[in-house]
Design a protein around this ligand. Structure first.
Ligand code: GYE
Length: 341
């Protein structure tokens, strides 16, 4: 009887604790906890199977690139594997749709909201609404320009670093000299802004004989990449020695434009892009793309791991980087079989 009473008491405490954890928007560094909480948390761990499923809302950007599709598959696939109740929304590249999705996740009282913000600005009001409702926000992939207390953490790549790596690769390919054009990603997105800044920083500081003669957005899509490259070729034609594309899809679109113009992509015009999706490896094997800088889209496992940690009241760092490398034409055929996206 005593034992039963003790169990009931622990159960009540667990529920109370869980309630508390839920109502406070988990701060970034939640390491400071009273000692007695620990025992209760261990019990919560043991009781996990009976606990209700994690309910997660994910506000995805859209399906603009091969990268995004791989990211979506990772978020959905991992949820299925872990038995998570995932509410997934595709915003078709529109911020207003992402804002609507967040509001609907708040109304549905999800446990955590994941979002990849299409652009950096304009999130403060809706993030505040989530915070007031006690629902933590995790940024997956792109950053949002908001005060740090409005989200728990960001999981994703260092886009500025990718831009820097791309610049070094371009400088090698051109022997430190030449005119290049740039295809930017979505205007106002963290991925485009930082890839531009990182690239420019290295070129200006180390390679003064490389000139960026044109830079325009291709919105991260193949179709726009092709269209903008056609315009670049029309105005600057034979004067272009290099192309830096903020993602592989735009580079692949541009490759088509270059071929139609009568030049050889990868030879007449050296091309460096970002993502390292399968299509890039195929283009490298065909000799049409020179280098791709990796940006890892398989963020599902890290995302749910963080969600679980938040629900357990554990501390998580403010930034969780994804691991990535650089892939060149010479090793593309050997690398391709082991690529997961
Ligand atoms: O590089 C691009 C996608 O935000 C890192 O978005 C992501 C970028 C990725 O559309 O292909």
């Amino acid at each position: 009887m005593k034992k039963l009473f003790a169990m009931l008491l622990t159960g009540t405490m667990m529920l109370t604790m869980a309630g508390c954890a839920k109502s406070v928007n988990a701060p970034a560094e939640t390491s400071a906890k009273p000692a007695e909480t620990k025992t209760v948390e261990t019990k919560t761990e043991e009781a996990k199977p009976e606990n209700k499923k994690l309910v997660i809302g994910f506000a995805q950007i859209g399906a603009e690139s091969e990268w995004r599709t791989a990211c979506t598959n990772s978020i959905k696939g991992e949820a299925e594997k872990l038995g998570i109740d995932l509410k997934f929304s595709d915003a078709q590249q529109k911020q207003e749709n992402q804002i609507k999705a967040i509001r609907s996740f708040i109304a549905q009282k999800v446990d955590v909201i994941g979002i990849s913000p299409v652009v950096e600005s304009g999130w403060e009001t809706v993030f505040k609404e989530a915070k007031d409702a006690g629902i933590p926000i995790v940024l997956v992939d792109r950053n949002a320009d908001v005060p740090e207390d409005l989200y728990v953490t960001r999981i994703g790549s260092d886009f500025k670093d990718e831009g820097k790596k791309a610049a070094e690769e371009m400088a090698q390919l051109l022997g430190g000299k030449g005119s290049i054009v740039e295809l930017q990603g979505t205007v106002g997105s963290a991925a485009a802004t930082d890839r531009l800044v990182g690239f420019k920083e290295v070129i200006e500081a180390k390679y003064p004989e490389i000139k960026i003669i044109k830079s325009q957005t291709g919105d991260f899509t193949r179709a726009k990449g092709k269209e903008v490259m056609e315009a670049f070729l029309k105005s600057d034609g034979k004067n272009i020695q290099g192309l830096y594309a903020h993602n592989d899809d735009m580079a692949i679109g541009a490759i088509q434009a270059i071929e139609e113009y009568g030049l050889k992509p990868g030879e007449d015009i050296k091309i460096v892009s970002v993502d390292a999706v399968k299509g890039a490896f195929e283009a490298m094997i065909a000799g049409k793309l020179n280098v791709t800088v990796e940006c890892n889209p398989l963020l599902g496992p890290q995302f749910y791991d963080v969600c679980q940690k938040i629900m357990n009241g554990e501390s998580v760092p403010k930034y969780i980087p994804s691991e990535e490398g650089v892939y060149r034409q010479e090793t593309a055929a050997a690398d391709l079989p082991s690529r997961q996206y």
